[in-house]
Design a protein around this ligand. Structure first.
Ligand code: ATP
Ligand code: MG
Length: 312
């Protein structure tokens, strides 16, 4: 039984058709026990909306989902007691210590003191627990949020952009905590627009674009879903122009090393013959192992206002 299963889950914001936004469009996926599942997509692709529906703060307008096999309101209520989720940095009191903030959260959840200390330890805040929240770095704030999420020892942990805004060190700390939790058998569902994070952190991934899933599977499966080649020629402009007319080329992209081409088949000889027929003689042709980044850029092309985030 999957821990999360969605069936054509859909959310349309706004009633009037002309003004409404189809934020999540017939999304179906399954997260199995013990997976670290990355929900990867550019800004505005429907990640937070999907998570909002799972945790019960946004009503779906179509489709359905199950948590721990439950889909009826009563079953979902019970299932959600086994879930810990952070949507945004929760409202901690700035003038209170990290520990006291957790005490408040623990009181609400009916959790005892030893568990507070365990959670502080887990996120590496035990040393700083007596300091005021206001003095915490962004990374520490995110980790305190993670500690609050862990108080009731959830089996399923849902994190919306846990690494958002963090520097490499802060991201590494979050990644290490996720690895520890995965090692304890927790199921983790996290959203991100940071490819590197997902590639390093997750076992499984779904790539969303404009509310729809465009690829999913293990990271390995998603990455090996295409064949690409790196090409070089004396006249790169002519090479790119010729490739635009090659039916097997699903995408053409310039890189520092040459021109990267995603192909529908791995018949490199046919590609070479075609280019020769166009008067282009290659100085270099080599298979290129795609990264998740290549796949992501191919699948979500044009969705970003700026490509800097991907490049970084
Ligand atoms: N309350 C709302 N009312 C109307 N439209 C909304 C609302 N919330 C989100 N949207 C729209 O739904 C789409 C998906 O938004 P969502 O926040 O789910 O995306 P996201 O993938 O989480 O983006 P980000 O990476 O920026 O967090 C966007 O077009 C957004 O503008
Ligand atoms: Mg979001």
């Amino acid at each position: 039984m999957p821990i999360i299963q969605t069936h054509e889950l859909t959310k349309r914001y706004g009633r009037r058709a002309a003004k409404s936004v189809l934020a999540v469009d017939q999304v179906s996926f399954a997260v199995e026990e013990g997976q670290v599942f990355g929900f990867l997509g550019p800004n505005g692709s429907g990640k937070t909306t999907t998570i909002g529906m799972l945790v019960g703060i946004i009503n779906p307008t179509g489709g359905s989902f199950q948590l721990f096999g439950a889909s009826d309101p009563k079953g979902l209520l019970a299932a959600r007691s086994r879930v810990g989720a952070t949507l945004e940095t929760p409202n901690f009191y700035p003038y209170m210590s990290g520990r006291d903030n957790l005490r408040i959260a623990a009181a609400i959840k009916g959790v005892g003191r030893p568990r507070i200390e365990e959670c502080l330890e887990l996120v590496g805040l035990a040393d700083r627990a007596k300091h005021r929240f206001a003095t915490y770095s962004l990374g520490m704030k995110q980790r305190l949020a993670l500690a609050a999420t862990m108080l009731n020892d959830p089996e399923l942990i849902i994190l919306d952009e846990p690494a958002n805004g963090l520097d490499p060190q802060g991201m590494r700390e979050i990644r290490e905590i996720i690895h520890i939790l995965a090692g304890r058998g927790k199921t983790i569902f996290l959203s991100s627009h940071l490819l590197w994070e997902v590639e390093r952190t997750c076992s499984h991934v779904a790539i969303v674009r404009k509310g729809r899933i465009v690829a999913s599977g293990t990271v390995e499966e998603v990455v090996s879903g295409g064949t690409s080649v790196l090409l070089r020629a004396a006249d790169e402009d002519a090479l790119v122009a010729a490739l635009e007319g090659y039916p097997e080329a699903t995408s053409v992209r310039r890189s520092d090393d040459g021109v990267l081409v995603s192909l529908g088949s791995d018949d490199f000889a046919a590609l070479n013959r075609y280019l020769a027929g166009q008067g282009i003689h290659l100085s270099h042709l080599a298979p290129h192992r795609q990264s998740l980044e290549d796949v992501f850029i191919d699948l979500t092309r044009g969705d970003f206002d700026s490509m800097t985030e991907i490049a970084s």
